[in-house]
Design a protein around this ligand. Structure first.
Ligand SMILES: *[C@@H]1O[C@H](CO)[C@@H](O)[C@H](O)[C@H]1NC(C)=O
Length: 519
């Protein structure tokens, strides 16, 4: 029963991600063809429809359909919002404004946990919990009506007067001149290249040098964002809490509040740093911190799996009837420890720690609410996901460190870079490709990590993520250009100049001339 429920929840979550993959792919095409504003409006609409379907659902099939619609909307918005914001921002604060978008997402997640906390006090309110999500989409749809289309998209579509009127509101008089000039040159270059503002083919994308280099940087960042295991680390946070010996009842929700709160704080840090420190340094520093955090987590998990408390035969009178069947029937029962106990299945078993010292031998018993209550009623700690450990608090520090480092850098930089690195004419389609890759990587990691931890253990799974993060640092230093403060049209020229960047420490204003040229 429990297993079925869990699988169903997983299906619902992965359906939303699958929807996002499609939403992002379609969104890219929509953005180039019909503009940023219609794409955002459509995203809101799909999200609204999805939320209403879920709130009104009479069973699992409709819930899933609703989730898919929500996913469409999220996928479309995930790539369009940064693009729209980026194209309508002055170069100097472009990163900060796109980071603000990321903060509103992470802050919203934090808020949703708070709302959940409020709603779970009143039972039977799940329809409201799902339904309230429709409200922000409706508000954004209404407010979006009053906002202009991206001036850059308008200009490219030949609606130059409209574009100039909007640009006048964004830029001061002296900036306006050079901005319009740069836009003009960018569109001219396109016409020279393709004859007219022609159709984009994928082959052409790859053959165009600037686009190819942009795509390598943009897609690479998206892959590393997902493949350093952010969602896996989040998934294991309840285990980590148990390792740390805080094995209470209410901790799961509280923990989500702390981790999502840290995540949101990190996005605020990003707003302040992104246009000062730059994208490259922030991403590289972020990944380096993630490597350290993963090394700590991997080490602690290794230590706890190899040094977990032993199992004593069940003697406690209260628990005597609930001995774990696998343990009772095991030939080598003397060698069992807590880790072995938690791996037992059909039925699953839990570890009831010694009352005197949680590191001393404890009992391996059937895991369900009855048994848990008996164990805790004896003032003993109850473990189902991780075993008691002396160094457990270090794992907690590793978890916090991971989020603190990940959020301000790898949480935001990939989306920022993807909103500014492509030439105007390919910005929608390339942003769409990158976002699709992001959501696909998300799905792949989510679908495979449980089998991975079964095969090689949690410790080595974290180690693997750590190795990927190290590769990520090298990738950022070599393939990602610094786009901080550059007018968005000049980025194209920079990509034209070189493919590989090795001088990490040069001031970005000098980047154009002083980087090592290896092409
Ligand atoms: C827990 O398992 C025991 C033994 O199988 C059973 O007697 C008890 O009813 C179960 N409790 C719950 C809440 O499922």
């Amino acid at each position: 029963m429990l297993k079925g429920k869990k699988n169903f929840l997983e299906t619902i979550v992965s359906m939303a991600v699958a929807g996002a993959i499609i939403g992002a792919a379609v969104g890219g095409w929509l953005n180039d063809r019909y503009g940023r504003k219609p794409a955002l409006l459509l995203g809101d609409l799909l999200f609204f429809i999805g939320a209403v379907i879920m709130a009104a659902a009479n069973g699992p099939p409709l819930l899933i359909v609703g989730r898919i619609f929500v996913g469409f909307g999220v996928g479309m918005a995930s790539m369009t919002s940064p693009l729209y914001i980026s194209e309508a921002s002055p170069a100097k604060i472009r990163g900060a404004l796109v980071s603000t978008n990321a903060f509103l997402i992470t802050g919203g997640q934090f808020l949703s946990y708070l709302i959940n906390l409020a709603f779970t006090q009143a039972p039977g309110t799940w329809r409201w919990m799902l339904g309230v999500a429709a409200l922000p989409a409706l508000v954004q749809f209404a407010l979006m009506m009053f906002l202009p289309e991206s001036p850059r998209w308008l200009y490219r579509k030949g609606r130059k007067e409209e574009a100039k009127a909007i640009l006048e509101k964004i830029y001061s008089a002296d900036q306006l001149e050079s901005e319009t000039q740069a836009l003009h040159e960018s569109v001219e270059a396109e016409i020279k290249e393709t004859g007219t503002a022609g159709k984009v083919t994928y082959k052409e994308l790859w053959r165009t040098k600037t686009v190819r280099r942009g795509l390598i940087a943009g897609i690479g960042l998206m892959i590393f964002q997902q493949c350093v295991g952010i969602n896996t680390v989040m998934y294991y946070s309840p285990t980590i809490i148990q390792l740390a010996g805080i094995a209470g009842n209410q901790t799961a929700l509280l923990l989500s509040l702390v981790t999502s709160g840290l995540n949101a704080l990190g996005s605020i840090v990003s707003i302040f740093l992104i246009d000062r420190t730059g994208r490259r340094k922030l991403a590289a520093a972020s990944l380096s911190g993630v490597v350290i955090a993963l090394a700590i987590l991997s080490g602690i998990f290794y230590h706890t799996t190899t040094h977990s408390p032993e199992i004593t035969p069940t003697v406690t009178s209260h628990l005597i009837d609930y001995t774990c069947p696998d343990y009772s029937s095991a030939a080598n029962a003397n060698s069992w420890d807590c880790m072995k106990c938690l791996k037992a299945s059909s039925p699953e078993c839990g570890f009831c720690a010694s009352a005197t010292n949680k590191l001393w031998p404890g009992e391996c018993v059937i895991s369900n609410d009855t048994v848990k209550d008996i164990c805790q009623g004896d003032h003993r700690l109850w473990y189902t996901r991780g075993c008691p450990s002396k160094t457990g608090w270090l794992a907690l520090a590793g978890l916090a460190l991971y989020i603190i480092f990940f959020s301000p850098g790898m949480g935001t930089v990939p989306w920022i870079v993807n909103s500014e690195i492509y030439p105007l004419r390919y910005r929608g389609i390339c942003g769409g490709i990158a976002a699709t890759v992001n959501w696909t990587s998300n799905l792949i990691v989510a679908q495979s990590f449980l089998s991975l931890t079964k095969a090689i253990g949690t410790s080595f799974t974290f180690l693997m993520f750590g190795v990927i993060a190290v590769i990520g640092v090298c990738f950022v230093l070599i393939c990602v250009p610094e786009t901080k403060g550059l007018p968005i049209e000049e980025i194209e020229n920079m990509l034209q100049d070189r493919a590989i960047r090795l001088k990490f420490w040069k001031k970005s204003s000098a980047n154009l001339e002083k980087n090592v040229q290896i092409t």
